[in-house]
Each structure stands twice: as structure tokens, then as C-alpha cells.
Design a binder for this molecule. Structure first.
Ligand code: NAP
Ligand code: 3JN
Length: 353
């Protein structure tokens, strides 16, 4: 990357979590040109070690002073930490890419998926939002179709892996399956009901309008990223007993007619998309194939026969990679490429901290 400063210090806040560990692995795998990486987490993990390249990082406690001398911080320690600490990071001159919901809908913060709206980065003010995982994979598939045929409405139902709720939820599914095979009562701590051999039509809390917060994130974030308030989105988000990989059934209505063949051709050329669509050979995207991959997989592309201009798609991606860590690292790469690793007004967010 041409515009890389000679010395570049990167911090990962929430480094011990499912997303944070994946961020470290992704920085390493993509040879991100950091000269120093700082791993931050809660006081519970301070002093513990995390593997990075051919060495180990010693985890430090996240505090307001953690960002002195840090150029770029990737946050994945939850919304409360992002609200509390990101303004102090910016005040120290550090650019923040935030994985939580805390700043996504703030007008001062662009919400970026590099394949969809890289231009939104240009005017950043120090905090850049990384969208929700379910939104990210959907908009990567929708953007090229919107450019070709102008989407008016989206109806999406998700099938979300337990890793979206962090390492504790991965452990809970595994433990419930083990206990049930041993004729023991499964324990539910992370979710309100058993997740093993079950589906939960609740992700995050219920809102006064009857949707869950996860569903409203998909609606609001899609409009912000696509930059088109005329797109109407309605979502039903469901947790399923899958470890890694979110799947989505996406139905779209468009102003211009697109045939399934045209949609398949457009998606085959789209950045970040891999089409897997050959029903005769039983080829379609599945979470077991998407786990560990960078792309968004699209299949089951067919015309919706119930309306004039409609398409159905099945969209699958690794929720921890493209849904979180990879997208954050891609934003970071873009910041370097575009020479945007700068803070215009360090005090801008301090009143919110
Ligand atoms: P996780 O596995 O539970 O990890 C949580 C991380 O946050 C750990 O490193 C934890 O440190 C740290 N942490 C928690 N409280 C802290 C505190 N008070 N001070 C400093 N560090 C603290 O969760 P995860 O799955 O990695 O998710 C983390 C966050 O990323 C989520 O809350 C969410 O905001 C975001 N996320 C976004 C997406 C997305 O859709 N883009 C997907 C998943 C997650 P300890 O190990 O020391 O406790
Ligand atoms: O549940 C999933 O599959 C994705 C979860 C994302 C998540 C989990 C806890 C807190 C978020 C998020 O990214 O929106 C948050 C949050 O920051 O609100």
C-alpha cells in the first residue's frame, strides 16, 4: 500500500473475543502493513497472550489512555466500550473502525462496505462504522442488482449462526448437543431458549414496533449504505444451530425487469461475490462451504413468479470474516490506499463520551 506511513501502530480493542481474534488473523493473513499491533481487552484478560505472526501479543487493559501513539484502532468490544472509548481514541489522533452498533447511524460517521460505498470514507471524521454482519453480506449482493435495475423493496429472512453472539454462544451450542446425546438436560444461558436442534426467531431485543433490534439494524443500515431512502426493507432474523456462516433468503422487487440469467451474469462480475448456482448439480451456497472464506456466496437465483419484477436469492457468508473482521480490515486497507488515515477534528466526539 503506497500511502503507508513509515511507522503504523494498530490497536485491536476486544482482541480476545471471537471477532477480535479473527481481526488479528486477518491483519496477518492479508499482510496489513502495521509496524506494531496492540491487543486490548478487559482487565480480566490483561497479561494473557494472543498469537500473532510468529510471536505473541500481551493483552493490555483497554483504558482512555490506550490510544496514545496509535494510528488506527479496530473496535470489537461491544457498544458500551465503543461509546466510552472511541471518542478518546479520536482525541488522541487515532482513526477508529467500529464493529458495534454505537456509531453506525450517527450522521458524522460513514457506514462502509468497501465493495458497495467506498466513496463514503472520503469525508470521515475519525469514527467509521462497520455494519451489522447480516447487512454486510446482503448489500454486497444487492448493490450490483440495484445499479442495474433499481431495487424498490427487499424482504429478507436470515438464518444466523451462533458465532454471531460471541464465543460463549459457540460453547453453548456445543455443550447442549453433547448433553443431549448423553441424555442430560441442556442448559440455556446465552439464549432465552435451547438453540440445539431448534430455531429462535429473536436476535437482540424486541422493539415497540414488534421487530427485533437486529431486524431494524438491517432496515436502517441498508438504506444508509446504499444511499437510497426509497429502498424499503423488511426483515425477519432467526438464530439457527449452525456454528459459522449466516444464510439469507432475499426477495427483491425492482423498477426495471431483470431476468434470472441477467442477474446471474451481473452477480458473476460483482466484486466480493461468488455465484454458486447450479440446481441440476445441487450446487448452492451453504454455511459449511462459506465458513473461512472471504466472499459472499449467492445462489438459488430465480424470478419471483408472484410479481412483475422480482427476484429470489440465497446469500451466504462467513459472519465473523466478511460480516465483521474482514470488512473492518478492508476498510483499513482503503484508508491507507486513499491516504485517509487522519483525524480532522480530534475533539468532535468528546462531548459524547
Ligand atoms: P466476544 O467473543 O464475547 O468478545 C468480547 C470482547 O470484548 C472480548 O475481547 C472482551 O474482553 C471484550 N470486552 C468486553 N467488555 C469489555 C470491557 N469492559 N473493556 C474492554 N474489553 C471488553 O464477542 P464478539 O463476538 O467478539 O463480539 C464483540 C463485539 O463485536 C460485539 O459486542 C459487537 O458489538 C461486535 N460484533 C459485530 C458484528 C457485526 O455484525 N459486524 C458481529 C459480531 C460482533 P475479555 O475477553 O477480557 O472479556
Ligand atoms: O447476532 C449476530 O449474528 C450478529 C451480532 C452482532 C452484534 C452482537 C452484539 C452487539 C452487534 C452488532 O454488530 O450489531 C452488537 C451491537 O454492537 O449492537
Amino acid at each position: 500500500m503506497n500511502n503507508t506511513p513509515a511507522e503504523l501502530t494498530v490497536a485491536v480493542a476486544g482482541a480476545t473475543g471471537a471477532v477480535g481474534r479473527s481481526m488479528l488473523k486477518t491483519l496477518e493473513a492479508r499482510a496489513f502493513p502495521a509496524s506494531r499491533v496492540v491487543a486490548l481487552a478487559s482487565s480480566r484478560s490483561a497479561g494473557s497472550k494472543l498469537p500473532f505472526k510468529d510471536t505473541e501479543l500481551t493483552v493490555r487493559e483497554l483504558t482512555r489512555n490506550s490510544f496514545d501513539g496509535v494510528d488506527l484502532a479496530l473496535f470489537s468490544a461491544g457498544g458500551e466500550c465503543s461509546r466510552d472509548f472511541a471518542p478518546h481514541a479520536v482525541a488522541a489522533g487515532c482513526v477508529v473502525v467500529d464493529n458495534s452498533n454505537a456509531w453506525r447511524m450517527d450522521e458524522r460517521c460513514p457506514l462502509v462496505v468497501p465493495e458497495v460505498n467506498p466513496q463514503a470514507l472520503e469525508e470521515h471524521n475519525g469514527i467509521i462504522g462497520n455494519p451489522n454482519c447480516s447487512t454486510i453480506q446482503m448489500v454486497v449482493a444487492l448493490k450490483p442488482l440495484h445499479d442495474a435495475a433499481s431495487i424498490t423493496r427487499v424482504v429478507v429472512s436470515t438464518y444466523q449462526a451462533v458465532s454471531g453472539s460471541g464465543q460463549k454462544a459457540v460453547d453453548e451450542l456445543e455443550s447442549q448437543v453433547r448433553r443431549m446425546f448423553n441424555m442430560q438436560e441442556p442448559e440455556a444461558k446465552v439464549y432465552p431458549h435451547r438453540i440445539a436442534f431448534n430455531c429462535l426467531p429473536q436476535i437482540d431485543v424486541f422493539m415497540p414496533n414488534g421487530y427485533t433490534r437486529e431486524e431494524m439494524k438491517m432496515t436502517l443500515e441498508t438504506v444508509k449504505i446504499m444511499g437510497d431512502p426509497s429502498i424499503k426493507v423488511t426483515a425477519t432474523t432467526v438464530r439457527v444451530p449452525v456454528f459459522y456462516g449466516h444464510s439469507e433468503s432475499v426477495n427483491i422487487e425492482t423498477r426495471k425487469k431483470l431476468s434470472a440469467k441477467e442477474a446471474r451474469a451481473i452477480l458473476s462480475r460483482a466484486p466480493g461475490v461468488q455465484v454458486a448456482d447450479n440446481p441440476e448439480l445441487k450446487i448452492y451456497p451453504m454455511p459449511i462451504d462459506a465458513a473461512g472464506e472471504y466472499e459472499v456466496f449467492v445462489g438459488r437465483i430465480r424470478e419471483d413468479e408472484s410479481i412483475a419484477n422480482g427476484l429470489n436469492l440465497w446469500v451466504v457468508a462467513d459472519n465473523i470474516l466478511k460480516g465483521a473482521a474482514l470488512n473492518a480490515v478492508q476498510i483499513s486497507e482503503l484508508l491507507l490506499e486513499k491516504n485517509l488515515l487522519r483525524v480532522k477534528n480530534p475533539r468532535l466526539f468528546l462531548q459524547d463520551a
